[in-house]
Design a protein around this ligand. Sequence first.
Ligand SMILES: [Mg+2]
Length: 237
Amino acid sequence: MSSLFPKVFVDFDGTITTHDVGNEFFRKFGNEAESLKAVAEWKSDGLSGRDLILREAGFVKTTQNEALEFAKSFTIDSFFSAFVDYCRQNEVELTILSDGLDFYISEILSANHLSEIPFYSNIARFDTDTIKIEFPYESTCPKCANCKGHQILTRTGIDDLIVYVGNGFSDRCAVDYADIIFAKDDLLKYCEANNITFFPFEDFSEVLSKFRKTFESKKFRKRHRAELKRREAYLSE
Ligand SMILES: [Mg+2]
């Protein structure tokens, strides 16, 4: 039996929301062709996460009101709130980590009565009809603007058991340090290609069901490779 207690980290775009809000924002209000090109470059590690966002943001023409209206049109996974409730009832800390932008995350969380969930993301400052991006969580990671691996290391200790739920390329650094991983889409392919153990999921009903079973049977186990990576990182700080 294990007495390990989990800390849950969840990606936002395409994991909590049913679509990638950040990508769609840049395509609609920026330059779609340039965005597609930049994302492809980033996926092949030819562009850093920070430069990707700066390049896409440079084309944006919209007001804050218009951007918030756009954010309101997105829906979230219909089982996410049930997962949040379960975590809350069992005093499991749940944190959102995003390499996207703050304005649509807070707007969508608030529209779904989930504003109490803490989130860490990049920040967009609106200036009439353009935006400026701020990066409050810079790290040495060349792939990410807000590195989720760095975030996890900052927000956990050596004894925590880390659960991660995500769907994309910006989750790559997070899964290196996670013990229990729920993955879909690009993240699922990444885990498969790198022999990282994960649970596939389509929506949060599957995450909730598997998480509840593990939580109630107290069968949490650390993933050896993640534990070694974390130890290495904690010790090098
Ligand atoms: Mg995502």
